[in-house]
Design a protein around this ligand. Structure first.
Ligand SMILES: Cc1cc2nc3c(=O)[nH]c(=O)nc-3n(C[C@H](O)[C@H](O)[C@H](O)COP(=O)(O)O)c2cc1C
Length: 301
């Protein structure tokens, strides 16, 4: 049985990764789980310059989920290279750097800088951030902007480029096709959904920025439906994300057409959830006498 999955020129040892922003840069979880046994680590977003992030509170618990408004807090690309890269390069698992920015040029600058100073397995482009030039519209909501940024990043690296979709659009499949046209190696889907919680006693939004990104089991059926739709719209692999908290949820995504998955919010509840998910997928493949992870999708009736 072969649990490995290929994304661009990188082969990951199993289909279960940890989602950006929920696993830091790995070291935060070192005492809790054997990080080298996971399929892939997607780092916290890295931007050209350091970002302090948004006002607190940045996270609020909701029914079966979390609302977050972190504001891409991160140390910036230079400190990423000096402080985070040395331990990340030692990892036996694949490491994809999640790259974010205000404008297209920011993504290109960061990828070029990391190519030179911190080459890892590849890049995941977080195109859900507000784009300053496009009047605050997220790049990921516009197929043309996605195509442009993907093409420019593609030209800057031979490593795998994964474009991470936002679900906050009418047709994510159209955005995925734009990324594919521009040369993306894979699509990861999905980022958080816009949500809001109001404190009824204090008569104000719980998050200082009013709205935040909803994640966790509450969003899973939306993510599974997107994996089903988007995987049929493109020829490149789809990595499923959204509310995965164990083998059953991960298998729903793999049956829907994803070739791999990422576990996000569930890491906060149980840091060993990734290991349990890998073991559960392995057991499922054994039970159904499957040889490759991609065989799982063919079981869907
Ligand atoms: C606290 C927190 C921080 C996040 N930070 C990032 C980030 O920096 N870049 C990114 O692309 N996605 C980020 N995400 C989105 C997750 O990677 C993931 O796409 C989303 O949470 C859905 O998966 P889940 O339901 O398993 O958490 C963040 C999510 C959470 C909860």
């Amino acid at each position: 049985m072969d649990l490995s999955v290929t994304i661009g020129r990188t082969t990951v040892q199993n289909p279960v990764g940890v989602a950006s922003g929920t696993f830091g840069y790995g070291s935060e979880y070192e005492q809790l789980i054997d990080i080298d046994s996971i399929g892939a680590l997607y780092t916290k977003a890295v931007t050209c310059t350091p970002r302090p992030g948004n006002e607190i509170p940045r996270i609020v618990e909701t029914t079966a989920g979390l609302l977050n408004s972190i504001g891409l807090a991160n140390v910036g690309q230079e400190r990423f290279v000096t402080e985070k890269f040395p331990s990340l390069r030692q990892r036996a698992c694949a490491v994809f750097v999640n790259v974010a920015g205000d404008v297209e040029d920011d993504y290109v600058r960061t990828v070029e800088y990391l190519e030179e100073h911190a080459p890892l397995s590849g890049y995941e482009l977080n195109v859900s951030c507000p784009n300053v030039k496009a009047g605050g519209l997220a790049i990921g909501t516009n197929p043309q902007l996605v195509e442009q940024v993907t093409a420019r990043v593609r030209a800057a690296t031979d490593r795998p480029v994964i474009v991470k979709l936002t679900p906050n659009v009418t047709d994510p499949a159209e955005i995925a096709r734009a990324a594919e046209t521009a040369g993306a190696d894979a699509i990861s889907c999905m980022n958080t959904l816009v949500g809001m919680a109001i404190d009824v006693e204090q008569l104000k939004a719980v998050l200082p920025g009013k709205t935040g990104g909803l994640s966790g089991p509450a969003v899973r059926p939306i993510g599974v439906a997107l994996a089903y739709r988007v995987s049929r719209a493109v020829g490149i692999p789809l990595i499923g994300i959204g509310g995965i908290d164990g083998p059953d949820a991960a298998l729903q995504y793999l049956l829907a057409g994803a070739v791999a998955v990422q576990v996000g919010t569930a890491n906060f509840v149980d840091p060993t959830v990734t290991r349990k998910t890998i073991d559960g997928i392995h057991a499922f493949m054994q039970e159904h006498n499957l040889h490759r992870v991609s065989d799982i999708a063919s079981l869907l009736r």
